[in-house]
Design a protein around this ligand. Structure first.
Ligand code: PLP
Length: 284
């Protein structure tokens, strides 16, 4: 049984109830985060809290809890749920209003929800334990505020299904200029002659916590890392391609649109990067 948190109470997930008039349900008017917790230790907690603040500020919603209170809540939640490897999902919506109206209602209490789910143990750079991805590609058709971690994910959902329907596990997206943006649920990196390259942050991409941690960790270790526009041609010709997200850490891409990448297996640069990430994941 999964224990969830809803508006101040810990309840079995299947008993948690919200109103159909909740603006998260009606408008996707809310922000979420996913934070890994390994053996009770949160990965990237401060960075997730900073991004939560940014997301809430972007939709003019006050953070209902302090970072300390969030931390206590997550500790209680992970302790009450089974498993050494959990993902903590949190969501704050604008709350419930009796009238459906696009305008923000006055006097609305935010709905605060969190629960945990099981995630894979991180592979720490062992290629035999890596989950490798075969990806499709598409033109990015989402909105122009992909920097906001909004619960309104229909654009991402439809892109993910485009990938799944073509037999892939994820889908890498390119803007109208054929420059890499991100994937349906991950950021993307390429490796070119040992240089690690990822697109710069802007309204076309989520500022991924794993992305930012990885850039800092690699630079801190003296690697050559570039944040710059990446063309479709460069992605297709890259030595290695990686996906990053909180629940995947760094995942090797082994095929794009049916074309093999890095010989169809996790690359050596990936193994070094993922094991370095594992070394610094609690301190970065
Ligand atoms: C669209 C998108 N980009 C990137 C990411 C990676 O972000 P993070 O590393 O913070 O999990 C996610 C994660 O859910 C995502 O949904």
């Amino acid at each position: 049984m999964t224990i969830a948190y809803l508006n101040g109470e810990f309840v079995p997930l299947e008993e948690a109830r919200i109103s159909p008039m909740d603006r998260g349900f009606l408008f996707g008017d809310g922000i979420y985060e996913v934070i890994p917790s390994y053996n009770g230790q949160l990965v990237g907690f401060k960075r997730h809290m900073q991004r939560l603040d940014q997301g809430l500020a972007a939709i003019q919603l006050e953070n209902p809890l302090t970072a300390d209170k969030w931390h206590t809540l997550f500790s209680k939640l992970t302790a009450q749920n089974a498993g050494d490897y959990q993902g903590v999902y949190l969501q704050v919506t604008r709350g419930t209003s009796p009238v459906r109206n696009h305008r923000f209602p006055v006097d609305c209490q935010p709905t605060v929800f969190a629960y945990t789910f099981t995630v894979n143990a991180p592979c720490n750079g062992d290629p035999d334990k890596a989950t490798c991805y075969q990806v499709a590609t598409a033109t990015d058709r989402r909105w122009k505020r992909c920097d906001i971690k909004s619960v309104a994910l229909l654009g991402n959902v439809l892109h993910m299904m485009e990938g799944v329907d073509s037999g892939a596990d994820e889908i890498i997206l390119f803007n109208e200029q054929e420059e890499l943006t991100e994937a349906a649920a991950c950021n993307v990196f390429i490796v070119q002659n040992k240089t690690v390259i990822t697109p710069p942050l802007d309204i076309e991409k989520l500022p991924g916590v794993t992305r930012n941690m990885l850039v800092d960790i690699l630079r801190g270790d003296g690697w050559s890392v570039e944040e710059r526009a990446v063309s479709r041609t460069e992605v297709m010709a890259a030595d290695e391609v990686w996906l990053t997200s909180s629940t995947k850490e760094i995942a090797p891409v082994i095929a794009i649109d049916g074309h093999s990448v890095s010989g169809g297996k996790a690359g050596a640069v990936w193994a070094a990067a993922q094991s370095l990430f594992a070394h610094h994941r609690y301190s970065a």
